[in-house]
Design a protein around this ligand. Structure first.
Ligand code: FAD
Length: 460
């Protein structure tokens, strides 16, 4: 007798989306995660752009799933309150070669089913983004490219999976796998877990788990992307996502508003060996400052709020690698490199289709709970400290604890008593924005910790 019908490994955006889909069927599902919280891997440290997929390679699985994911996540965001701002983007050409590349990018967008791009001259680009540096030659508009809160996406999907009945098993690092005739035993840091079917959505660790199942089909290379977050006073400088002409190494360095009211510059793209190297580097930040100086000189006069880095799970294969092994009752979901935030929900659906084709019997449940309503972390909509009615009904929403980000005691309490409470201060930051502003917790850190101790003590 196995513990679960299906175990999904990895509680990032991709694993959470798959677990959510599966929990919509008559199955026992576990979402298993090495770390002590959901969304603590690559899904917490990206550029947070909801991509239209205009620049994907046409005909790839990635192109199809990014396009589908864009629409599904936009719709899901409306139901759950995940903050999204449809800012639009402009891809900027800075020299003749880049200008000459624009018609091909327009054709590519159309081949990807995205037909709203337009080539514009330099005057039109400057009219859209007046603070760009000198030397713009022209641009390509992408009106539907958007910004989103990656933290809330991950948390919403995982919360939805849990309220649908999936069991979240954090602190379960898989160290070994045994496939038997009746099921698979996952040897984890917290004991054995058995399952009839296994889905591997372990991001940077997906090739290692794949090898534990006897496969040697790909290798993950951590591709680091470093970013600089500028102060909220920089926000008037840029209203749209400013994209570079993409190269074979990726989407390049962009300037973008963030959903929290800041401005972001990055990411770099650097292949590493260490899968844990999420620190920033002097050379990476110097490179970004040099790029930023040319892109938008005024940005460099603004204060830096934070820097961070994320690791893309790049693989030696030009597309997502999603393959089922019916005999092992196993599905690999690998190589979700630089578009998984956008494509996550579509990957979830596609993974379930692959499992069905491999023999997993799926009976949709008729009694699904409504999707969760997530707290709003976005600047574009009303936040609790601005909501007079809410404060009148519960004064905790008027008690600001973090003054930089204006996070209230009510929001901290809600996060600590939610379906998936944070495992520590970093998780609380991703759920509320607390300590995420100018002072980075210097002023409020002690009070926040006391508050959390009180709340979690009460929970125990
Ligand atoms: C710099 C950067 C910028 C990006 N920008 C964008 C963007 O703008 N838009 C976009 O759509 N995408 C973007 N991406 C890509 C996106 O962030 C990823 O594709 C997505 O987060 C991948 O999600 P995941 O669930 O596959 O991986 P993860 O979030 O890494 O989740 C995998 C999980 O598996 C767990 N795990 C690993 N090994 C084990 C094990 N042995 N046992 C148990 N658990 C294990 C990990 O702890 C982790 O939590 C960007 C990525 C980076 C790095």
């Amino acid at each position: 007798m196995t513990d679960y019908d299906v175990v999904v490994i990895g509680a990032g955006i991709v694993g959470s989306a798959i677990a959510r889909e599966l929990a919509g069927c008559e199955l026992s599902v576990a979402l298993l995660e090495a770390r002590d919280d959901v969304g603590d891997g690559t899904s917490k440290a990206n550029t947070a752009i909801l991509h239209t997929g205009f620049d994907a390679t046409p005909g790839t699985l990635e192109s199809t799933l990014v396009r589908r994911g864009y629409h599904e996540l936009s719709e899901y965001a409306r139901h759950t309150g995940i903050p999204v701002e449809h800012t639009g983007a402009v891809l900027v050409a800075w020299d003749d070669e880049q200008l000459d590349a624009l018609p091909a990018l327009l054709e590519k967008a159309e081949a990807n089913g995205y037909t709203r791009c337009e080539i514009v001259d330099s005057a039109a680009v400057y009219a859209m983004v007046p603070h760009l540096g000198e030397g713009v030659r022209g641009g390509l508009t992408v009106p539907d490219e958007s910004i989103i809160c990656t933290w809330t996406v991950n948390l919403a999907l995982a919360t939805d999976a849990v309220t649908r009945g999936a069991r979240l098993l954090t602190g379960h690092r898989i160290d070994g796998v045994e496939v038997g005739p009746d099921g698979t035993t996952l040897r984890t840091s917290a004991g054995d877990v058995t399952a009839r079917w296994v889905v591997n959505a372990a991001g940077l660790g997906a090739d290692l788990i794949d090898a534990m199942l006897g496969h040697h089909r790909f290798t993950v290379t951590p591709r680091r992307g470093e970013l600089i977050v500028y102060d909220k006073l920089a926000r008037p400088l840029v209203d749209k996502i400013v994209l570079p002409v993409p190269t074979s190494r990726g989407k390049g360095v962009l300037v973008s508003p963030t959903i929290y009211g800041n401005v972001m510059l990055g990411p770099t793209s650097e292949d590493l060996e260490d899968r844990t190297a999420t620190g920033t580097s002097e050379s990476g930040l110097d490179f970004l400052l040099e790029k930023g100086r040319a892109l938008m000189p005024g940005l460099l006069d603004e204060e830096v709020t934070a820097t961070y880095a994320g690791l893309r799970a790049a693989i030696d294969h030009g597309d997502y690698l999603i393959e089922a092994d019916p005999e092992q009752r196993y599905l690999l979901v690998g190589g979700i490199r630089s578009t998984g935030l956008t494509a996550g929900m579509a990957i979830g659906e596609y993974a379930v289709e692959r499992l069905r084709a491999a023999g997993l019997s799926l009976v949709p449940r008729a009694d699904l709970p409504a999707p969760p309503r997530m707290p709003n972390l976005g600047e574009a909509s009303t936040r609790p400290y601005q909501d007079e009615e809410l404060i009148a009904s519960d004064p905790e929403y008027g008690a600001i604890v973090c003054f930089c980000e204006r996070v209230t005691a009510g929001e901290l309490r809600d996060a600590c008593t939610s379906v998936i409470p944070p495992a520590g201060l970093d998780g609380l930051r991703r759920r509320t924005r607390v300590m995420n502003g100018r002072c980075q917790g210097f002023f409020c850190g002690g009070e926040v910790q006391e508050y959390v101790d009180l709340l979690t003590g009460a929970r125990r």
